[in-house]
Design a protein around this ligand. Structure first.
Ligand SMILES: *Cc1c(COP(=O)(O)O)cnc(C)c1O
Length: 371
């Protein structure tokens, strides 16, 4: 990804090989009868894809850690449902930058390092009886301690610019920006990043004058941004847009896509990105995602993560609506090749440094054990 060094907010770089690989789809493209490109984020050696933690979170971690170091950061904390934690733990291992990862206990198995032992700079905290939002609550409290910086989420420019390299890579591979961009969202930061990168490419002038239309997919039954968007609202109203959130999240096909406070209403957030690009939001059921996963894997020949299958399902919905004719489409496969990687490379589980009973656990005690 560092080939886009000039487009990233950092002065140095990391020794990691994860980058998006954009290619023209052959089989799926023919099946759907559309002009389809795939931005593949994951492990797929034949295509030169070496994103070893197998999700596009590995585009966020390198510039974020480099930038934190350059700004005098001593340690970082973040909450994760799995993919972010895995990517940052890997980059912490590669760079030695101290990192605390807070995860719901049930997602601990998603935390591993490809091809080598986890480094001593990585500290994992598992929270019992917790979902992703609970992990966020605890990480926020740890971030308030002196010497520890939060990863920053959607407000972290390094994170957005890192994810924005998906659009940069596509523009280079397609020799122009796509007309349409498909992605599954939980926070929607990837959608914001795609939009911001497109704004810069438009300013640059070599890759087209129009902005790609954003097609952002949420996973039913937890679809707060879909509800707000369809109601034409800039604000998310929890009682209307995510009633019974805990249960809805538990029923999701991909819990990676659950986020109860996405950067939707904020200026420059998901709402603005959708408005500016004439975007569309989709709701995808478990059955649709499962079918889409099978179809993609059969046609393209590589396994994909559940959230990526949600994006494929949205693409199928758009095809049915007939809105992609004559357009050049980019499908962001945000994670893939993990089954393949686990067959071909040893992965090393990260053992929790500590298990805590819930998000209200006293942080001073946690830190005593960690440090
Ligand atoms: C985080 C994640 C998403 C959602 O990304 P956002 O743009 O931050 O909502 C989609 N797919 C995968 C594989 C992810 O890890």
């Amino acid at each position: 990804m560092w080939k886009f060094y000039d487009w990233l907010p950092a002065r140095s770089h990391t020794e990691s090989r994860g980058a998006t690989v954009t290619y023209r789809s052959d089989s799926l493209s023919r099946e759907l009868d559309i002009d389809l490109y795939v931005a593949f984020n994951g492990y797929w050696p034949e295509r030169g894809a070496e994103m070893l933690t197998c999700s596009f979170k590995e585009l966020e971690a390198p510039p974020t850690i480099v930038r934190a170091r350059e700004h005098g950061g001593k340690a970082m904390v973040l909450a994760s449902a799995g993919n972010t934690g895995r990517a940052f733990a890997y980059l912490s291992t590669v760079t030695g930058f101290p990192l605390i990862v807070v995860v719901p206990e049930r997602n601990v198995e998603r935390l591993w390092i490809p091809g080598r032992e986890p480094g001593p700079s990585v500290r994992l905290i598992a929270v019992r009886d917790a979902d992703y939002s609970d992990a966020i609550a605890l990480a926020d409290r740890i971030a308030a301690l002196p010497g520890i910086m939060p990863e920053g989420g959607a407000k972290n420019v390094a994170r957005r610019d890192g994810m924005g390299t998906v659009m940069l890579d596509a523009a280079v591979a397609m020799k122009a920006m796509p007309d349409d961009y498909f992605q599954a969202i939980g926070s929607g930061t990837g959608g914001i990043a795609a939009w911001e990168a497109a704004l810069r490419l438009r300013d640059d002038g070599r890759f087209g004058a129009g902005l790609p239309r954003l097609h952002l997919a949420q996973n039913r039954p937890f679809v707060p941004m879909l509800h707000a968007w369809e109601a034409g609202r800039r604000d998310i109203r929890p009682d209307m847009d995510m009633p019974d959130a805990k249960r809805a999240i538990a029923e999701m096909y991909s819990d990676v896509l659950s986020n109860r406070s996405p950067p939707y209403s904020i200026r420059g957030g998901v709402y603005d990105a959708l408005k500016d690009t004439g975007g569309i939001v989709y709701g995808v059921t478990r059955a649709e995602a499962e079918r889409a996963k099978r179809l993609f894997e059969e046609r393209e020949g590589i396994d994909i993560l559940p959230p990526a299958a949600v994006a494929v399902a949205a693409l199928l919905q758009a095809c049915e609506r007939g809105i992609l004719e004559g357009r050049r489409v980019l499908l962001n496969i945000t994670g893939g090749g993990q089954e393949r990687l686990e067959k071909e490379m040893p992965v090393y589980r990260i053992e929790p440094a500590q298990e805590v009973p819930g998000p209200d656990a006293p942080v001073e005690q946690i830190m005593e054990v960690l440090l």
